[in-house]
Design a protein around this ligand. Structure first.
Ligand code: CMC
Length: 429
């Protein structure tokens, strides 16, 4: 058995260096000692988009992208989707262990207690244009919460941190539902704390004049599972935003606003919306071959396909595909499912997708479910944000408690102009 070290020779100087290998990684900072002269800054690594750089040690979520495996705190996602609830999974992600019955009751009570938002948030939402994208509203209102809870700045006070964590998990569905109701021009619905987490969200979305809103149990159950499936995904773009912004020790509401903003993009949580737009644009199964040819020519992407980490079928997509049929049985079949199934079938036989290991990801089928549930497309990324909240918080807490972490501050390779003197505007050519 060899040593757990890496020996590198700098051919510029002929010097060799022995770098420790731990957990399959070398520390980028260990390369700094490699210099050609004493005033040389030292060697750096260059890794745009963090293709091969671990930014933290984490104990939260494990993904094996080649095998299509996803675990939260060691528990396979399929088992959690089948047997857990979203709030239990949130507890697991944040605490590290599954709760006892009384721990879960207390956690659920604490979340439920915080579902209301300050009335001024409603007025704030009223200020948005009638057609404002709900994700834009969410980014702003989550950030605005920091002004209501100034004590949230005490990010190293574990008790205060716990309260903010309850508030964020509790209030994000309320903000999301208000954003949706604003979009529809409907009155806001206050939280109903007699309902489950998912049931209350459905009530805030859809309640009209009923005295007591009774959620459809199938939709309530499916939504809860969808939240579980989205709850964390290790160091994705939005979790990295949460950690990166949080590393400045800003309050969690501001860091969450950054995470929501990252999620909004079409390559991340905005993909579920983009998939449905794409399926509508394709329009019929007959149009798929021409669409696929366009994708192969680089004219557009096959949204809901491909992943930085998964080079196999996304395990979440498998569960979601099953859930779609439960929803269709309850509320009617979406015609988009047939286009999606055919698109998947054709793509998975095509060498372009096979050779690049492009498989359906979590967003390929989730939008179809949301649409069948009666939700407009621009609400889909907001649903992703609700599910992802406990993951962001778990990642944020882990970052704060990690003594190796500091303010996130990457280096660059400067390729711009050398020093030059300012030229007065009258003398510029
Ligand atoms: N359609 C067509 N070609 C694709 C796609 C796609 N969806 N995804 C990747 N490729 C091609 C890409 O063009 C490249 O080809 P080539 O080697 O010829 O240049 C190759 O596959 C490798 O792709 P990449 O761009 O290096 O992969 P990445 O890891 O940088 O990007 C991704 C990952 C998810 C951003 C990308 O696959 C993508 O844009 N997918 C569509 C958007 C989407 O569904 N996003 C949701 C991701 S899952 C939910 C979440 O966690 O946010």
């Amino acid at each position: 058995m060899g040593k757990d070290t890496l020996t590198v020779t700098d051919n510029r100087t002929g010097k060799s260096y022995e770098l420790p290998i731990r957990d399959g990684t070398v520390r980028a900072i260990d390369l700094r000692q490699i210099k050609v002269s004493s005033d040389d800054f030292g060697l750096m690594t260059y890794d745009p988009a963090f293709m091969n750089t671990a930014s933290c040690r984490s104990r939260i979520t494990y993904i094996d992208g080649d095998k299509g495996i996803l675990h939260y705190r060691g528990y396979p996602i399929e088992q959690l989707a089948e047997r857990s609830s979203f709030l239990e999974t949130a507890y697991l992600l944040i605490d590290g262990e599954l709760p006892s019955r009384s721990q879960l009751e207390t956690f659920t009570r604490n979340i439920t207690y915080h579902t209301m938002v300050h009335e001024n948030i409603r007025k704030f939402i009223d200020g948005f244009r009638y057609d404002a994208h709900p994700m834009g509203i969410l980014v702003s209102t989550v950030g605005a919460l920091s002004t209501f809870y100034p004590e949230a700045k005490n990010v190293f006070d574990k008790e205060s941190r716990r309260t903010e964590l309850y508030r964020l998990i509790a209030k994000i569905p309320t903000l999301a539902a208000y954003a949706y109701r604003h979009r529809r021009g409907l009155p806001y619905v206050y939280p109903d704390n007699d309902l489950s987490y998912a049931g209350n969200f459905l009530s805030m979305l859809f309640r009209m004049t009923e005295r007591q809103y009774v959620p459809n149990p199938v939709l309530e159950g499916v939504l809860d599972v969808l939240f579980i499936l989205h709850a964390d995904h290790e160091q994705n773009c939005s979790a990295s935003a949460m950690r990166g912004v949080g590393s400045s020790q800003v309050d969690p509401y501001s860091a969450t606003a950054a995470a929501c903003a990252a999620l909004y993009g079409p390559l991340h949580g905005g993909a579920n919306e983009a998939v449905v737009r794409m399926l509508n644009q394709i329009g019929s199964a007959g149009a798929i071959p021409a669409f696929i040819e366009g994708v192969k020519r680089g004219e557009q992407k096959l949204m809901g396909f491909g992943h930085r980490v998964y080079k196999n079928y996304d395990p979440r997509a498998k569960v979601i595909k099953r859930l779609a049929y439960e929803v269709f049985d309850a509320v009617g079949r979406s015609p988009l499912i047939d286009i999606a199934l055919e698109l998947e079938r054709i793509a998975l036989q095509d060498d372009y997708f096979v050779s690049r290991k492009l498989y359906p990801n979590v967003d390929f089928y989730s939008g179809i479910i949301y649409q069948a549930m009666g939700l407009p497309m621009d609400v889909f990324p907001v649903l992703f944000a609700i599910g992802r909240m406990p993951g962001w918080l778990a990642q944020w807490e882990e970052m704060l408690d990690d003594e190796e972490q500091k303010i996130a501050r990457p280096r660059q390779i400067y390729l711009g102009s050398g020093r030059r003197d300012y030229v007065a505007i009258s003398e510029r050519r």
